[in-house]
Design a protein around this ligand. Structure first.
Ligand SMILES: Nc1ncnc2c1ncn2[C@@H]1O[C@H](COP(=O)(O)OP(=O)(O)OP(=O)(O)O)[C@@H](O)[C@H]1O
Ligand SMILES: O=C(O)C[C@@H](O)[C@H](O)C(=O)CO
Length: 329
């Protein structure tokens, strides 16, 4: 199966959601309590995906809200320098701050993130700040699940999805579950279900689908997930299983398996965002799903071997080289 996108659009991808700051432990292989220095990067899953896409040569835009301070300025400048259109990244005028993510790298297998997301600017994006003329110019609207966690960002995203559907923009829903900003699991399941059913492509980890289905982690089955979602809008469902790889299922009954590529892992976060940007790059460029899965896995393998999520996003050449090395081994 090949995915068809409208050809008359200005942007390949417009992402909506948070653009934040990551502070990644400089001294690693130790708990955060013993980490004294951190390196600053732009972060936030949809921002990382936009940066990754732009680095791969896609024309990317972003809809979001930034704090009116040095952190907001840093994010806007970094994203503009990365080639992303920032015209629809609005500045918050009510004193809301940039979300901060501190990362802890205890070992390559034991990594975690600590998010400071109280009253963060990105969750104050309001529906009137989502411009129909902008959304309609994209081939893909990339929706981050975390942007549904609170109002008014939740309504802004629902509006963007409705506009995308109206203007033949494919909606890609990255479940991107971050517990900190949600009120309850039931609430998450309601909004995840609502948007997943209206999306063309859904991407998430098995645990995130369990969240969508209001199940305990590990209880859900891929077959039940696809049987349910294929009764609705989605044509393609991607289910990730960490280092065990990923699966893609199409509405017409095809199933594909993606394998993770072995690499020297520094930390595991950033895997999902790099995977999504390269997978979508491949789809937009008319590659088949097997190839898109390889692109996703290769991009993730590169990012998990490096220190950041955004800055480490690879080029097409790096991805192709890694695939060719691994497939010829
Ligand atoms: N340790 C690893 N080594 C190599 N590749 C990996 C590793 N972990 C994950 N990947 C690759 O990244 C893909 C996505 O990983 P994962 O399922 O952990 O997503 P995620 O939980 O969304 O990531 P994140 O930790 O960024 O939130 C996997 O399908 C796999 O190809
Ligand atoms: O998604 C976030 O807000 C944090 C990220 O930027 C971080 O790099 C990460 O966890 C990526 O998966």
């Amino acid at each position: 199966m090949q995915f068809e996108f409208s050809s008359d659009k200005t942007y390949d991808i417009i992402a909506i959601g948070r653009a934040c700051v990551d502070l990644n432990a400089v001294e690693y292989n130790r708990p955060m309590e013993e980490t004294m220095t951190f390196s600053k990067y732009v972060g936030g899953s949809p921002a990382n995906i936009a940066i990754g896409s732009s680095k791969l040569g896609l024309k990317a835009g972003f809809i979001g809200k930034l704090s009116d301070d040095q952190h907001g300025n840093f994010i806007r400048q970094y994203m503009a320098d990365a080639g992303i259109d920032t015209s629809n990244m609005v500045t918050d005028k009510e004193g809301h701050k940039t979300g901060l993510t501190f990362t802890e790298i205890k070992s390559p297998e034991e990594c975690s993130i600590l998010m400071y997301r109280e009253k963060v600017a990105d969750l104050y994006l309001s529906p009137d700040e989502v411009d129909e003329d902008y959304v309609k110019q994209a081939k893909i609207l990339l929706v981050s699940g975390t942007a549904l966690a609170q109002s008014p960002s939740r309504e802004a995203v629902i509006k963007a999805v409705e506009l995308a559907r109206k203007h033949d923009v494919k909606v890609i829903f990255e479940l991107d579950y971050r517990p900190y900003t949600w009120g309850s699991k039931e609430e998450t399941a309601v909004y995840y279900g609502l948007i997943a059913e209206q999306s063309d492509v859904v991407i998430g980890t098995r645990d995130e689908y369990d969240m969508m289905e209001n199940l305990e982690a590990g209880e859900g089955e891929n077959e039940d997930t696809i049987n349910h979602l294929f009764k609705h809008q989605p044509n393609l469902i991607v289910i990730k299983h960490g280092v065990s790889g990923s699966y893609a299922f199409t509405k017409d009954g095809e199933a594909y398996r993606g394998h993770a590529y072995k690499t020297k892992v520094l930390k595991t976060f950033g895997a999902g965002d790099s995977y999504a940007s390269a997978f979508l790059y491949a789809l937009i460029n008319g590659k088949d799903i097997d190839t898109a899965l390889k692109f996703g896995s290769a991009s993730a393998a590169i990012v998990v071997s490096k220190h950041s999520s955004s800055e480490a996003m690879p080029t097409v050449e790096e991805i192709e080289q890694l695939i060719s090395e691994k497939e010829n081994q």
